[in-house]
Design a protein around this ligand. Structure first.
Ligand SMILES: [Zn+2]
Length: 278
């Protein structure tokens, strides 16, 4: 059991470092190594695997994260539902620092990231994934979203229900022109890691719920000098305790793996994948 988990959390080390009896598990995948070891522990009687998205000590910038290895590693220890907290910039004046938004849509503006397992390229064991076109109209788990919102409400945090997260390549922050454009399109928040994390989860039949913590007003939405990394870290630090509380309440409320009935479980209907998922 020590090496098994049902729920994955991809986020910072603040989310697992206080847990007792954490088992560190090194996982290798056909796609290389994940960002770090998985840290397995228990929250409210549920087995949870924590994965520091950027690796310990924030070694990996968003565009160098091995997203495929991260999701594959989680699935290989048994994970079927993933919570993905992340820091974002707010694109509307009303989404100031400390806002929690549970997005329901995503726009991909990344440039260099591999975003599919099903590219027809042979795996090291000789098996070849087929080309698969995954349905992604609703990129997030509808059940996970509801649970995340309810968990926030239970902690007195009035989270924003829905909105579009635009994901940029980074690691730089946006120019004012880019930020004005993102806001003019009606998008809500801007981040750097939400894609391809969500689509790769869907390709593996995992439920994925994004929980976006606004740490700054993005360049166009503010009149100051623009976003600074110091400010992002400060606001994230201020909110990490309550975000962790919300996450843990959400973990407790997620359905068991075999009682899932959401669209995520039908991602492969009608497709021959060509490979066995772990
Ligand atoms: Zn789901």
């Amino acid at each position: 059991m020590a090496t098994h988990a049902e729920i994955g959390v991809i986020g910072g080390s603040g989310f697992y470092s206080f847990l007792e009896d954490v088992t560190e598990v090194e996982v290798t995948t056909p796609y290389g190594s994940p960002s770090d070891s998985l840290f397995l522990g228990e929250v409210a009687g549920r087995r949870v695997a924590f994965l520091p998205r950027h690796g310990r000590g924030h070694r990996l910038p968003p565009h160098r994260i091995n997203y495929r290895a991260n999701l594959w590693a989680l699935r290989s220890v048994g994970v079927r539902q993933v919570l993905g907290p992340c820091a974002v910039g707010g694109l509307r004046a009303e989404y100031g620092p400390g806002t929690l938004l549970v997005p329901d849509q995503l726009v991909d503006r990344t440039k260099s990231r591999v975003q599919t397992f099903f590219d027809g390229e042979p795996l090291p064991d000789g098996t070849v994934p087929n080309v698969v076109h995954t349905t992604f109209a609703d990129p997030y788990c509808p059940d996970g979203r509801k649970i995340a919102l309810r968990a926030a409400e239970g902690r007195g945090w009035d989270a924003v229900d829905g909105g579009t997260m635009v994901v940029v390549e980074g690691p730089r922050f946006s120019t004012r022109a880019e930020s004005r454009w993102h806001a003019a399109m009606g998008w809500s928040v801007v981040g750097m890691t939400g894609h391809p994390e969500a689509v790769l989860a869907r390709e593996l039949g995992l439920c994925y719920t994004s929980m976006a913590l606004v740490t700054d007003l993005d360049a166009g939405a503010e009149t100051g000098e623009g976003v600074s990394h110091t400010e992002v870290l400060r606001v994230f630090g201020e909110n990490v305790e309550r975000l962790r509380a919300v996450l843990f309440d959400a973990v407790a409320a997620l359905p068991t793996a075999d009682s899932r009935s959401c669209l995520c479980t039908h991602a492969h209907d009608g497709w021959d994948l060509g490979i066995e998922l772990p």
